[in-house]
Design a protein around this ligand. Structure first.
Ligand code: TGC
Ligand code: FAD
Length: 392
């Protein structure tokens, strides 16, 4: 892969809206991605291997629990810092950002928000340092967009719960030490349970042959009469709203992360368009290529504004789930379109692993599907503006 020459676009001087702390946090993440992710990520993706050696660095830049309070090992940062970290990581690779999103918003967040004090103290510091890695089991083979229909269930056996069922498409599953698993009790109410690797009857087979997110490990979670200690149930919230609150946090991170992938594609295509000559002049001088680049920077700038405003609303505790859906949907689609256009600007070179664009494009096909598909987020916006529920 070619050396990482990334320069971040900031067409509307949005840096003026950031605090010194935001810029410091972003710069630490940006430097780390350039130094430790860019040189190894193409090979990891080609081999379809999660590069475990980056776990320590992710922890050091605060990517595991950026907004979790410091007393539990988190970085104690605000939502815009969290977004900026996700942006920088996904600038390197969506799969690496996935690992950080899952650890922070889908494992640490539910333990912090819905867990007991003992659970917080046991798990959060180890998750923040990367000593423990986690995964989040909501999706099932027959229940993706409709997680409320899940069949994974547990029964009260007096001194423990007995867990049965299966989860599919689970990021980090093949190597996770713990899984936050959503399952129904005997009355059909959904609860979160912490399942630990090594519990009898719990296995995590790897999902092979992905053309997307190849540097992220994906797997299943199989529960065959797993005895889960009662103290592993998250006591402070039940119902589908609990996992959906986690998704709000992760979707917010993705709305920022997708901007990173788009910025990388744009920056690569811009540089290439200025250097590559055809018909005796740089291809960037042709109007058709300028149209592509001009539209890219316009869409990136709009996405940056959406993410920044959403971050401010989240900092004030005012962002709605529907606002988060809009930003996730818009920004991922924006990034996917930019990746496709940027690839065309590079001609044949665009399909090679010499450049990051094709990898971003393939990764974004997962990002547009997970954490709620493009269509599901559209229907959430539709429901919000009409007051009419298309899901029922
Ligand atoms: P519905 O009846 O509307 O709601 C059930 C209960 O939940 C409440 N609620 C929310 N609470 C918090 N945050 C939200 N965003 C919420 N949305 C709804 C709601 O008020 C209700 O509460 P209550 O007290 O009345 O019970 O639920 P529904 O069954 O009709 O479904 C709605 C729908 C379709 C929007 C939802 O199920 C959905 O979002 N589906 C998409 C599924 C999804 O996003 N799965 C993601 C799996 S995890 C993943 O992909 C990780 S990828 C990680 C990576 O690698 O980065
Ligand atoms: P389906 O729900 O079967 O949807 C298929 C199509 O039907 C989609 O286009 C959808 O938009 C459309 N559709 C469905 N319902 C409606 C409707 N009501 N109206 C209109 N159209 C509709 N899940 C986890 O729990 N944890 C993870 O860590 C995780 N990581 C993932 C990693 C990867 C790489 C991938 C690909 C997925 C991951 N997922 C994870 C699962 C992901 O969240 C689901 O794939 C996603 O929610 C969609 O579910 P599905 O694939 O079953 O598609």
């Amino acid at each position: 892969m070619k050396p990482d020459l990334f320069e971040a676009p900031d067409y509307y001087n949005l840096d003026d809206l950031l605090t010194e702390e935001h810029k410091l946090v972003r710069s630490a993440a940006r430097d780390w991605v350039k130094r430790d992710v860019s040189p190894i990520i193409e090979e990891a993706a080609q081999k379809a291997e999660f590069p475990k050696e980056i776990i320590k660095g992710l922890a050091e830049i605060g990517a595991f629990g950026p907004y979790i309070p410091e007393e539990y090992g988190g970085a104690g940062l605000d939502q815009i810092s969290y977004g900026l970290i996700m942006q920088e990581i996904e600038r390197g690779d969506s799969g690496v950002r996935s690992t950080a999103s899952v650890q922070s918003s889908l494992v640490m967040y539910p333990i912090f928000k819905f867990g007991s004090e003992a659970q917080r103290k046991t798990y959060l510091p180890k998750l923040a340092s990367g000593e423990f890695m986690g995964c989040f089991g909501l999706t099932e083979p027959d229940h993706g967009s409709n997680p409320g229909g899940m069949v994974t269930n547990f029964k009260d056996k007096g001194d423990h719960y007995l867990l049965n069922g299966a989860k599919m498409w689970i990021s980090n599953a093949p190597f996770a030490d713990i899984a936050v698993v959503w399952a129904k009790d005997e009355s059909g109410r959904i609860h979160g349970l912490i399942v630990e690797r090594g519990m009898e009857g719990f296995s995590t087979p790897t999902t092979h042959n992905k053309w997307s997110l190849r540097a992220s490990a994906t797997g299943e979670l199989i529960f065959d009469n797993v005895k889960v200690p009662k103290e592993n149930l998250l006591p402070n919230k039940s119902g589908l709203g609990a996992p959906l609150m986690c998704l709000d946090s992760a979707r917010f991170g993705i709305a920022w992360g997708a901007i990173g992938a788009a910025m990388d594609c744009y920056d690569t295509a811009l540089r290439y368009a200025k250097e590559r000559e055809q018909f005796g002049k740089p291809i960037g001088s042709f109007q058709l290529q300028q149209k592509k680049l001009a539209e890219m920077i316009t869409e990136i700038t709009k996405a940056q504004l959406l993410a920044w405003r959403l971050g401010s609303l989240r900092n004030e505790g005012k962002a709605t789930s529907a606002q988060i859906s809009m930003a996730k949907r818009n920004n991922v689609e924006m990034a996917l379109k930019i990746a496709r256009e940027a690839r065309q600007i590079l001609g044949g070179m665009g399909i090679t692993g010499e450049y990051s664009i094709m990898r971003h494009m393939m990764n974004l096909e997962s990002v547009v599907t997970y954490e709620g598909t493009h269509d599901i987020h559209l229907l959430i916006t539709g429901m919000d503006v009409t007051g009419l529920n298309a899901f029922k």
